[in-house]
Design a binder for this molecule. Structure first.
Ligand SMILES: Nc1ncnc2c1ncn2[C@@H]1O[C@H](COP(=O)(O)OP(=O)(O)OP(=O)(O)O)[C@@H](O)[C@H]1O
Ligand SMILES: [Mn+2]
Length: 407
């Protein structure tokens, strides 16, 4: 062959090789091909995705704020979210919640559990939920047993952010000195319930379950660990609703949803649930509650003076009680209705394979009372996420892609 012909043949072969290589490379299964669905965006490498999400969701507690943290946080609340997705100032508000001087302290304002209602410098009300359990304590009785888990409130707040629900009021850990921070500013009603046990300061407050020292909670010396929840602005009025999937709380008595597989269709016939976003919010909430192990959402609240409505993820104190038990019945709204927002589904898919626990671990790491939850609870989150997605797959195999809805 002439040199010219040889060069041409070699050139063509080389060109073909490149094309074949490109085709093969494009179709070669990569680690990202697992679980790819028509809705999923191309993802980053897993470690990069984790790093990026921690960077986004970990509050910057050193953030310097110019104005009032309370005015800012109040301005965040709107009809369908308590705060926006991107809030670099979050750390400054959380820091203020955990450190601002307490100007008034009173017994809990609402609810059945022991709490304090605190006013922080700058006239901001917060709820203080005290620590009852050590981090490793496991609640084994029933999924609704035990008193509040103050740390669970913190983890649930950040989980709600990571899932992009944003329906939970801001929560931060705080250690309060009962002697120097509360005694001087406490109401008579509150201070009358103070007592001492084994040299620790204690209180039993005023609430449905507050029956004297036997039901009280004690600090370590003078220092009481707890969680502060930011009170929502008064321009939003709350309306209480009975949760259609609530438990009976009576032994031996089952609720309708526990015996009737067609229960969801009955709920869907109620105007309030047929139109509007609340039923899909209930399904989001079921997934959220299943992940954190909260079987106690007997009621829920919505804003009642807004144009649009949302189910508020308030009161997450009964979460993270038992990392070894996954309470499937919490998912009943999901597996009985077989319906899920596409946005929620996409989000859950993108957090599979250990991403969720790694991100939450990184985000919680900066809280003033870190470590917030132990690794057993974090591992449980990944396992439960997988089970929840499996329930979605079962629905899809039964009814097809119409299960995934866009509203
Ligand atoms: N951050 C908040 N902003 C405004 N209102 C709130 C806030 N947190 C709680 N509330 C109101 O206080 C009520 C009681 O709060 P929470 O549910 O946390 O207490 P609880 O003692 O656990 O109640 P329950 O025993 O009913 O579960 C709520 O139902 C809500 O009306
Ligand atoms: Mn509660």
């Amino acid at each position: 062959m002439k040199l010219k012909t040889r060069i041409m043949v070699l050139g063509t072969l080389f060109f073909l090789l490149i094309i074949v290589y490109n085709i093969l490379n494009h179709h070669a299964p990569s680690k990202h091909d697992r679980n790819i669905t028509p809705f999923e965006k191309p993802e980053l490498d897993k470690d990069d995705a984790i790093k990026e999400m921690i960077k986004k969701y970990k509050p910057d507690y050193d953030y310097k704020l110019k104005g009032s943290p309370w005015t800012l946080a109040a301005s965040w609340v709107s009809d369908r979210q308590i705060h926006p997705e991107d809030i670099p100032e979050l750390g400054a508000v959380l820091r203020a919640m955990s450190t601002r001087p307490i100007t008034l302290a009173d017994v809990g304002y609402k609810g059945t559990q022991l709490k304090m209602s605190l006013l922080l410098q700058g006239q901001q009300r917060v709820v203080f939920k005290p620590k009852w359990y050590t981090r490793d304590y496991v609640i084994t009785d029933s999924p609704v047993s035990g008193t509040d888990r103050h740390n669970g409130e913190i983890a649930a707040f950040h989980l709600g952010r990571i899932l992009q629900f944003r329906r939970t009021p801001l929560v931060s850990g705080r250690r309060v000195n009962m002697k120097t921070e509360i005694q001087g500013v406490g109401s008579k009603t509150l201070l009358n319930t103070f007592y001492t046990k084994d040299e620790n300061m204690c209180f039993y407050g005023k609430c449905y379950y507050c029956k004297g020292p036997a039901t009280g909670v004690c600090a370590e010396g003078e220092v009481l660990e707890g969680t502060v929840v930011l009170w929502m602005p008064s321009r939003f009025k709350l309306k209480l609703h009975k949760h259609p999937w609530s438990r009976t709380y009576r032994e031996g008595k089952l609720a309708s949803w526990e015996t009737d597989d067609g229960y969801c269709r009955k709920v869907q016939m109620i105007d309030y649930y047929r139109d509007g976003p609340i039923l899909l919010d209930i399904i989001d909430t079921a997934i959220f509650d299943y992940l954190v192990g909260n079987a106690d959402r007997h009621h829920y609240e919505t804003f009642h003076n807004t144009t649009e409505t949302m189910l508020l993820l308030l009161d997450n104190g009964k979460s993270f009680g038992n990392p070894f038990h996954d309470e499937r019945s919490i998912l009943a709204p999901l597996y009985q209705c077989c319906s899920l927002r596409v946005k929620t589904w996409q989000r859950l898919l993108s957090l599979q394979g250990g991403i969720l626990s790694s991100v939450l671990r990184g985000v919680l790491d900066g809280d003033p009372i870190a470590p917030v939850i132990n690794d057993k609870h974090l591992i449980a989150l990944d396992r439960r996420l997988k089970s929840a997605l499996n329930e979605v797959d079962i629905c899809i195999s039964k009814y097809g892609m119409k299960v995934i809805v866009t509203s």
